[in-house]
Design a protein around this ligand. Structure first.
Ligand code: NZQ
Ligand code: ZN
Length: 389
């Protein structure tokens, strides 16, 4: 296990009714910009509740609604403008990962003199941010407890992850009841996303990080057990609660530190979001089983890691690593595409032909150049898209 420093300043208020903690925003000043998506929080009643609590605490509320899934830089610009024009003290995201990511870059952009897109392409330019608060409504990205944000710029076909410790939320409210209204489709996509975060960390070449691996397996098993329960009964509180906390634990550093490895499936999926508007978790589910096959094709010695995954996560009883590895890949595909009813291939999410494989692979290859569980090159990524087609 390698050395690491772990620091998470985010206060988590988890559970039913915790939204009342919004009164604590007064510690950061008086003026709050509330950032939210396309209307789910208005339909669920959360919007009215949040506004009422904020106003009762004496806060002045400004709003940026309509943040789109795969949030665009234009939404960030709009938020930064509101912050600068009104001397906003803090930013509150109420929604899923898209609203939270947008709010994070707005909070950083509010203290930056240049173009906020600079902060997306180069997180080290972020030298400060307004305090960031979140009320999470979708268990998926873990953005409520991490330092990352993903912003798209359609004009130049880019979707980029930026990181800065300044973008770690100061406080996140996680009430599983707010996820009762999440659609079956987004429930599945969110479950696949947190499983992918876990798998990206789990398959590492750095030896000795045993506790991280066992924690990762627990997160995966929790998703496999509770994803189907949430689909069957969207108001199953404990299923929603376990998914929600699993989403945070998958990406808040606990399972990565000490055994870090560059992620590969995520940067490749981001090209599907850019070119086809793919829902992030669906793209990840489609790419994950073929990525596992590709890893084995390129480096058969990786079968041992997949066999451990088979035995510890899927309960596979099989002594032969090669056989166990293949069973694990089949089980992963079966879970995503049959149990969680997700689209099983690229055609099912609107990729009609292979015409963009080359350009997507070209771009993704730069983002995986830093390595991974196996090193992938442009031709490998084209092959991966072929396998996923
Ligand atoms: O926009 P609204 O109306 O709120 O509807 C949203 C949206 O249509 C809806 N939704 C959210 N909560 C709901 C709800 N519908 C009913 N009831 C609720 N309680 O769900 C749809 C998707 O929302 P979105 O926020 O886009 O989903 P998600 O949380 O999956 O976020 C995806 C974005 O996060 C990025 C992704 O790339 C993508 O852009 N990621 C961010 C990460 C991070 N910050 O660390 C890591 C991830 O790997 C990921 O890349
Ligand atoms: Zn993700």
């Amino acid at each position: 296990m390698l050395n690491f420093t772990y620091y998470i300043p985010t206060v988590i208020h988890f559970g039913c009714g915790q939204v009342s903690h919004l009164t604590e925003l007064t510690q950061s000043g008086k003026k709050v910009l509330m950032v939210y998506g396309g209307g789910s929080i208005k339909r669920s009643g959360l919007y009215d509740r949040a506004i009422a609590i904020l106003k009762s605490a004496g806060l002045e509320v400004f709003e940026l609604g309509g943040v789109e899934p795969n949030p665009k830089i234009q939404s960030v610009y709009a938020g930064v403008e509101i912050c600068k024009a009104n001397n906003i003290d803090m930013v509150l995201a109420v929604g899923g990962g898209s609203s939270i990511d947008c709010a994070k870059v707005i909070a950083a952009g509010a203290l930056y003199d240049g173009d906020a897109w600079d902060l997306v392409t180069n997180g080290s330019l972020i030298k400060g941010a307004l305090p960031i608060y979140t009320v999470l409504t979708l268990a998926a990205t873990g953005s409520e407890m991490d330092a990352g944000a993903v912003i798209s710029n359609d004009a130049i076909f880019e979707k980029i992850v930026t990181h800065s410790p300044f973008m770690l939320p100061k406080m996140s409210i996680m009430d599983p009841e707010y996820t009762f209204t999440v659609s079956p489709r987004q429930t599945s996509a969110g479950t696949a996303d947190m499983m992918s975060h876990t798998l990206e960390n789990y398959f590492t070449d750095v030896p000795g990080a045993v506790i991280q691996a066992r924690l990762a397996e627990a997160i995966l098993k929790t998703c496999i057990e509770n994803g189907p329960k949430a689909l069957a009964n969207p108001k199953d509180y404990d299923a929603r609660a376990n998914l929600m906390w699993a989403g945070s634990l998958a990406i808040n550093g606990l399972i990565k530190l000490g055994a870090p490895i560059p992620w590969n499936v995520h940067p490749i999926e981001h090209e599907l979001s850019v070119f086809y508007g793919a829902t992030h978790g669906e793209g990840l589910a489609i790419l994950t089983p073929p990525w596992m096959k590709l890893v084995l094709e390129k480096d058969p010695s990786k079968a041992a890691a997949f066999a451990t995954y088979a035995r510890n996560v899927w309960g596979v009883v099989e002594d032969d690593d090669d056989v166990a590895a293949k069973i694990a890949i089949d089980k992963t595909a079966e879970f995503f595409f049959e149990t969680m009813k997700m689209p099983a291939n690229l055609r099912a999410i609107g990729v009609e032909d292979k015409s963009k494989f080359e350009i997507m692979a070209e771009k993704a290859s730069k983002n995986v150049a830093g390595g991974g569980f196996v090193q992938l090159y442009k031709e490998d990524i084209i092959h991966l898209f072929d396998l996923a087609f």
